[in-house]
Design a protein around this ligand. Structure first.
Ligand code: AMP
Length: 283
């Protein structure tokens, strides 16, 4: 596995692949890799001749008081996961490599960015889109892989790829969960044993909502109440948001008469966790 930390060297490796006619799949991550990331890498491996992974905890997507400094990092472990997955290239830039002192241009997100996580983390998606745009320009991949776990991020990246004509196919990958239902997340590392148990209220609340939908409930307000009511039973959980939104526009709906995304953000101890499901599932 080739490891790079400079943009120029990375471009050189990818240029060489291209000259040899290889297709390139990119999996952007912030490291502290888990089976969710691995699922993206395996999908990229199926679709492409060369697979590149980036590991970069992107400072500009964290707001003041968020967990940029304490975000979990374990480079040695990440490298061994990636070499076991036969990744061809891992790009691990420094913040200075990605953002010079004279960095003045950012990617702004309009309507999709001001709801759900965007409403609670101002500037978050501007930071995400800016770094993903930079990675797309550095790698010029054929395809890039993102998890449905971060549903709003995925929707915004798809929109960005379209609006800014990146010519990159964005591949949506399903949420990978622990056997007990908790969605895998690097931030699960923040949870104590007690908080880890309390966090199960998140998938439990979502499956209650999914059952109600499958039994014919079409009132989005009722679905929100089912989810919030279950989460509120857990004393260690504090709701950030519980929303049922149109799966494409991410605007709140009243009646569930089109594909929707039910999405939550919940603070459990020090961890802000997000989870969601689409209904119908394959929408
Ligand atoms: P992160 O390192 O948290 O920025 O995540 C990198 C990529 O992995 C993003 O596209 C995430 O949506 C995706 N991802 C994170 N957790 C999961 C999961 N549990 N299942 C599927 N994809 C995930």
């Amino acid at each position: 596995m080739r490891r790079t930390d400079s943009i120029e060297e990375t471009r050189g490796v990818v240029r060489y692949w291209r000259e040899h006619g290889h297709s390139v799949g990119l999996v952007p991550t912030m490291g502290f890799l888990h089976e969710g990331h691995v699922s993206l890498i395996r999908r990229a491996r199926v679709d492409n001749e060369k697979v590149a992974v980036s590991i970069f905890v992107n400072p500009i997507q964290f707001g003041p008081g968020e967990d940029y400094e304490s975000y979990p990092r374990d480079l040695e472990r990440d490298l061994s996961v990636l070499s076991e997955e036969n990744v061809d290239l891992v790009f691990i830039p420094s913040p200075e490599q990605m953002y010079s002192k004279e960095h003045f241009v950012y990617v702004d997100v309009e309507s999709l960015g001001d709801v759900l996580c965007g409403a609670q983390r101002p500037g978050h998606f501007r930071g995400v889109c800016t770094v993903v745009a930079k990675l797309f320009n550095i790698f010029r991949p054929d395809r890039a892989y993102f998890g449905q776990k971060d549903a709003q991020q995925l929707t915004i990246i798809m929109q960005m790829a379209r609006d800014l004509n990146f010519g990159v196919e964005i591949v949506r990958c399903p949420i990978v969960r622990e056997p007990d239902g908790l969605a895998l997340s690097s931030r699960n590392a923040y949870l104590s044993e007690k908080e880890r148990k309390a966090a199960l209220v998140i998938p439990r609340s979502l499956s209650l909502a999914r059952n109600a939908l499958e039994n014919g409930e079409r009132d989005a307000g009722r679905i929100r109440i089912i989810i919030a009511g279950e989460i509120e039973k857990e004393p260690l959980a504090c709701i950030g948001y519980v929303e049922v939104v149109d799966a494409s526009s991410l605007r709140p709906v009243e009646r569930i008469d089109r594909p929707v995304l039910a999405a939550v953000a919940v603070k459990i101890g020090p961890a802000r966790l997000i989870d969601n499901f689409m209904y119908p599932e394959d929408s």
